[in-house]
Ligand binder design. Sequence first.
Ligand code: GLV
Ligand code: MN
Length: 221
Amino acid sequence: MSSSRAILLAILVTISAAFSLADPDALQDFCVRDTSAAAPIINGFTCKPAAATAAADFKFSGLQKSGNTNNKLGSAVTAANVISFPGLNTLGVSFARVDYAPFGLNAPHVHPRATEILYVQQGTLYAGFVSTTNNTLFAQTLHPGDLFVFPRGLVHFQLNVGETPAVALAGFNSQNAGVTAVAKAVFASNPAITDAVLEKAFQINPELVDRLRELFGETHV
Ligand code: GLV
Ligand code: MN
Protein backbone atom coordinates (compact mmCIF):
# COMPACT_ATOMS: atom_id res chain seq x y z
CA MET A 1 0.00 0.00 0.00
CA SER A 2 1.37 3.46 -0.90
CA SER A 3 2.17 5.76 2.00
CA SER A 4 -0.53 8.27 0.97
CA ARG A 5 -3.17 5.47 0.93
CA ALA A 6 -1.95 4.29 4.33
CA ILE A 7 -2.27 7.84 5.72
CA LEU A 8 -5.78 8.16 4.23
CA LEU A 9 -6.79 4.83 5.78
CA ALA A 10 -5.38 5.90 9.15
CA ILE A 11 -7.35 9.17 8.96
CA LEU A 12 -10.57 7.31 8.08
CA VAL A 13 -10.09 4.85 10.95
CA THR A 14 -9.41 7.74 13.35
CA ILE A 15 -12.48 9.66 12.21
CA SER A 16 -14.78 6.62 12.50
CA ALA A 17 -13.35 5.85 15.96
CA ALA A 18 -14.00 9.45 17.03
CA PHE A 19 -17.63 9.20 15.88
CA SER A 20 -18.20 5.94 17.71
CA LEU A 21 -16.98 7.38 21.02
CA ALA A 22 -20.16 9.09 22.18
CA ASP A 23 -23.74 7.84 22.42
CA PRO A 24 -25.45 7.04 19.08
CA ASP A 25 -27.25 9.90 17.36
CA ALA A 26 -30.98 10.32 17.93
CA LEU A 27 -33.24 9.40 15.01
CA GLN A 28 -36.06 11.73 16.10
CA ASP A 29 -36.42 15.03 17.98
CA PHE A 30 -36.81 13.33 21.33
CA CYS A 31 -37.54 9.97 22.91
CA VAL A 32 -38.40 10.48 26.56
CA ARG A 33 -37.56 7.26 28.41
CA ASP A 34 -40.61 5.06 28.89
CA THR A 35 -40.51 4.41 32.63
CA SER A 36 -43.40 1.93 32.64
CA ALA A 37 -42.69 -1.54 33.97
CA ALA A 38 -43.81 -3.04 30.65
CA ALA A 39 -41.16 -1.17 28.61
CA PRO A 40 -39.04 -3.71 26.71
CA ILE A 41 -35.32 -4.03 27.57
CA ILE A 42 -33.08 -2.89 24.70
CA ASN A 43 -29.61 -1.34 24.44
CA GLY A 44 -30.81 2.02 25.77
CA PHE A 45 -34.43 2.78 26.52
CA THR A 46 -37.65 2.81 24.52
CA CYS A 47 -39.62 6.02 23.98
CA LYS A 48 -42.70 7.18 25.77
CA PRO A 49 -45.40 7.81 23.10
CA ALA A 50 -44.96 11.27 21.57
CA ALA A 51 -48.60 12.12 22.34
CA ALA A 52 -47.95 11.49 26.03
CA THR A 53 -44.78 13.61 26.06
CA ALA A 54 -45.07 16.96 27.82
CA ALA A 55 -42.85 19.98 28.48
CA ALA A 56 -42.35 18.78 32.03
CA ASP A 57 -40.47 15.73 30.69
CA PHE A 58 -37.65 18.09 29.70
CA LYS A 59 -37.28 19.75 33.10
CA PHE A 60 -35.34 18.39 36.08
CA SER A 61 -35.23 20.17 39.43
CA GLY A 62 -33.22 17.57 41.31
CA LEU A 63 -30.06 19.67 41.38
CA GLN A 64 -31.60 22.62 43.23
CA LYS A 65 -30.70 21.25 46.64
CA SER A 66 -27.25 20.34 47.91
CA GLY A 67 -26.44 16.65 48.35
CA ASN A 68 -25.81 15.22 51.80
CA THR A 69 -22.05 15.31 52.38
CA ASN A 70 -22.32 13.83 55.86
CA ASN A 71 -20.33 10.70 55.01
CA LYS A 72 -16.75 9.47 55.36
CA LEU A 73 -15.54 11.12 52.18
CA GLY A 74 -17.41 14.37 52.67
CA SER A 75 -18.92 14.55 49.18
CA ALA A 76 -22.15 13.83 47.35
CA VAL A 77 -22.86 13.48 43.63
CA THR A 78 -26.42 14.14 42.48
CA ALA A 79 -26.88 12.83 38.95
CA ALA A 80 -29.18 14.17 36.26
CA ASN A 81 -28.85 11.22 33.90
CA VAL A 82 -31.31 9.20 31.84
CA ILE A 83 -32.32 7.26 34.95
CA SER A 84 -33.23 10.26 37.10
CA PHE A 85 -34.18 12.51 34.14
CA PRO A 86 -35.94 10.35 31.48
CA GLY A 87 -36.13 13.30 29.02
CA LEU A 88 -32.40 12.86 28.33
CA ASN A 89 -32.96 9.54 26.58
CA THR A 90 -31.15 9.44 23.17
CA LEU A 91 -29.83 13.01 23.56
CA GLY A 92 -26.25 12.03 24.42
CA VAL A 93 -25.77 14.34 27.40
CA SER A 94 -26.15 14.30 31.18
CA PHE A 95 -25.22 16.45 34.13
CA ALA A 96 -24.39 16.24 37.83
CA ARG A 97 -24.04 18.42 40.87
CA VAL A 98 -21.20 17.64 43.24
CA ASP A 99 -21.21 18.95 46.82
CA TYR A 100 -18.10 18.83 48.96
CA ALA A 101 -17.85 19.37 52.70
CA PRO A 102 -14.74 21.30 53.82
CA PHE A 103 -11.80 19.07 52.74
CA GLY A 104 -14.31 16.60 51.24
CA LEU A 105 -13.18 14.25 48.49
CA ASN A 106 -14.89 12.94 45.36
CA ALA A 107 -12.74 9.80 45.37
CA PRO A 108 -10.90 8.41 42.32
CA HIS A 109 -13.36 7.00 39.79
CA VAL A 110 -13.88 6.55 36.06
CA HIS A 111 -16.76 7.08 33.65
CA PRO A 112 -16.67 4.29 31.05
CA ARG A 113 -18.95 6.07 28.59
CA ALA A 114 -18.22 9.81 28.82
CA THR A 115 -15.77 12.64 28.97
CA GLU A 116 -16.65 14.96 31.85
CA ILE A 117 -16.36 18.76 31.99
CA LEU A 118 -16.49 20.23 35.49
CA TYR A 119 -17.39 23.82 36.37
CA VAL A 120 -16.53 25.11 39.83
CA GLN A 121 -19.38 27.16 41.21
CA GLN A 122 -18.15 27.63 44.77
CA GLY A 123 -15.00 26.84 46.74
CA THR A 124 -11.51 25.71 45.77
CA LEU A 125 -10.88 22.23 44.37
CA TYR A 126 -7.73 20.28 43.64
CA ALA A 127 -8.76 18.12 40.68
CA GLY A 128 -6.92 15.77 38.42
CA PHE A 129 -6.81 12.69 36.24
CA VAL A 130 -4.20 10.05 35.47
CA SER A 131 -3.36 9.27 31.85
CA THR A 132 -2.73 5.79 30.49
CA THR A 133 0.75 6.86 29.37
CA ASN A 134 3.14 6.24 32.27
CA ASN A 135 0.33 6.97 34.76
CA THR A 136 0.99 10.68 34.38
CA LEU A 137 -1.03 12.87 36.76
CA PHE A 138 -2.61 16.02 35.32
CA ALA A 139 -3.89 18.06 38.26
CA GLN A 140 -4.79 21.68 38.91
CA THR A 141 -6.21 23.88 41.64
CA LEU A 142 -9.59 25.22 40.52
CA HIS A 143 -11.45 28.35 41.63
CA PRO A 144 -15.02 29.54 41.03
CA GLY A 145 -15.60 30.00 37.31
CA ASP A 146 -12.89 27.51 36.31
CA LEU A 147 -13.53 24.52 34.05
CA PHE A 148 -11.56 21.28 34.03
CA VAL A 149 -12.04 18.36 31.66
CA PHE A 150 -11.57 14.68 32.50
CA PRO A 151 -11.12 12.53 29.38
CA ARG A 152 -13.40 9.53 29.03
CA GLY A 153 -12.36 6.41 30.92
CA LEU A 154 -9.50 7.97 32.91
CA VAL A 155 -9.23 7.81 36.70
CA HIS A 156 -10.03 11.24 38.20
CA PHE A 157 -10.89 12.94 41.49
CA GLN A 158 -11.62 16.29 43.15
CA LEU A 159 -10.62 17.36 46.66
CA ASN A 160 -12.04 20.43 48.36
CA VAL A 161 -8.93 22.17 49.65
CA GLY A 162 -10.88 24.89 51.44
CA GLU A 163 -12.40 25.27 54.89
CA THR A 164 -15.81 26.06 53.41
CA PRO A 165 -18.21 23.85 51.41
CA ALA A 166 -17.64 23.67 47.66
CA VAL A 167 -20.02 23.03 44.76
CA ALA A 168 -19.24 21.93 41.20
CA LEU A 169 -21.41 21.15 38.18
CA ALA A 170 -20.43 18.48 35.70
CA GLY A 171 -21.50 17.83 32.11
CA PHE A 172 -21.08 14.46 30.35
CA ASN A 173 -21.28 13.52 26.65
CA SER A 174 -23.45 10.50 27.40
CA GLN A 175 -26.98 10.09 28.73
CA ASN A 176 -25.55 7.47 31.08
CA ALA A 177 -21.84 8.05 31.73
CA GLY A 178 -21.59 5.20 34.26
CA VAL A 179 -19.23 5.35 37.21
CA THR A 180 -16.72 2.91 38.64
CA ALA A 181 -15.25 4.00 41.96
CA VAL A 182 -11.76 2.56 42.03
CA ALA A 183 -11.52 1.53 45.69
CA LYS A 184 -15.06 0.16 45.86
CA ALA A 185 -14.77 -1.80 42.61
CA VAL A 186 -11.71 -3.55 43.96
CA PHE A 187 -12.40 -3.93 47.69
CA ALA A 188 -16.20 -3.95 47.83
CA SER A 189 -17.23 -5.96 44.79
CA ASN A 190 -20.15 -8.33 45.10
CA PRO A 191 -19.23 -11.14 45.40
CA ALA A 192 -15.77 -10.32 46.70
CA ILE A 193 -12.70 -10.68 44.49
CA THR A 194 -10.78 -13.63 45.84
CA ASP A 195 -8.03 -12.79 48.39
CA ALA A 196 -5.24 -14.24 46.24
CA VAL A 197 -5.97 -11.66 43.53
CA LEU A 198 -5.99 -8.69 45.88
CA GLU A 199 -2.96 -9.84 47.87
CA LYS A 200 -0.86 -10.23 44.77
CA ALA A 201 -2.19 -7.20 42.89
CA PHE A 202 -1.58 -4.82 45.76
CA GLN A 203 1.30 -6.75 47.40
CA ILE A 204 -0.50 -6.76 50.77
CA ASN A 205 -1.20 -9.38 53.42
CA PRO A 206 -4.61 -11.04 54.08
CA GLU A 207 -5.23 -8.88 57.18
CA LEU A 208 -4.89 -5.71 55.16
CA VAL A 209 -7.22 -7.11 52.48
CA ASP A 210 -9.85 -7.72 55.18
CA ARG A 211 -9.34 -4.24 56.64
CA LEU A 212 -9.68 -2.56 53.24
CA ARG A 213 -12.81 -4.60 52.50
CA GLU A 214 -14.31 -3.41 55.76
CA LEU A 215 -13.40 0.22 55.05
CA PHE A 216 -14.63 0.39 51.47
CA GLY A 217 -17.74 -1.65 52.09
CA GLU A 218 -18.93 1.26 54.23
CA THR A 219 -18.09 4.32 52.14
CA HIS A 220 -20.67 5.85 49.82
CA VAL A 221 -18.73 5.77 46.54
C1 GLV B 1 -17.23 14.22 39.20
O1 GLV B 1 -16.15 13.78 38.87
C2 GLV B 1 -18.45 13.54 38.89
O2 GLV B 1 -18.34 12.49 38.25
O3 GLV B 1 -19.54 14.00 39.23
MN1 MN C 1 -16.37 12.10 37.45
